[in-house]
Design a protein around this ligand. Structure first.
Ligand SMILES: [Zn+2]
Length: 148
């Protein structure tokens, strides 16, 4: 009896040693992929998907890097938004218009702070999508979190 319990214990321990896939957490991880010094344990189907994602990321950084809006004023970002978005969603229009008269996020628009104008714009800009949208929003969010 004791032996049987021992054996069960050994079997269980062995089972736990086999890593589960990091992504689906179901399959047994059969692949190890090293990215930036970190090792991911993945099952074969997740590994395939992950490799495809990596490849895509490798092919697009040049495009993403070009979209650096850090030297643009808030009003310039508003113009870019207006041009790229086209038919701006009605609830975002007043904030986008207000942004066109802001240079920095610390400027004021009438009684409102530039910060709140930008925050409200972002809250109403979820319908604005695409690469330009993502990068302009990223820049605006960065300024919301920063001081200039
Ligand atoms: Zn998996």
């Amino acid at each position: 009896m004791n032996n049987f319990v021992e054996m069960l214990k050994v079997l269980t321990e062995k089972k736990e040693e086999q890593p589960k896939c990091d992504t689906c957490k179901k399959c047994k991880a059969t692949k190890e992929i090293k990215v930036k010094g970190k090792t991911k344990h993945l099952c074969s189907s997740c590994a395939k998907e992950y490799k495809a994602t990596l490849k895509e990321a490798e092919e697009t950084p040049a495009k993403a890097e070009k979209m650096d809006y850090s030297d643009k004023s808030i009003s310039q970002l508003a113009s870019i938004a207006k041009k790229d978005w086209g038919k701006v969603y009605y609830s975002a229009v007043p904030y986008l218009n207000a942004m066109r008269s802001l240079e920095k996020i610390t400027d004021k628009y009438e009684a409102d702070s530039g910060r709140s104008v930008v925050a409200y714009f972002l809250a109403n800009a979820t319908q604005w999508k695409g690469d330009v949208a993502r990068n302009v929003k990223k820049e605006l969010n960065k300024r919301l979190g920063g001081k200039k």
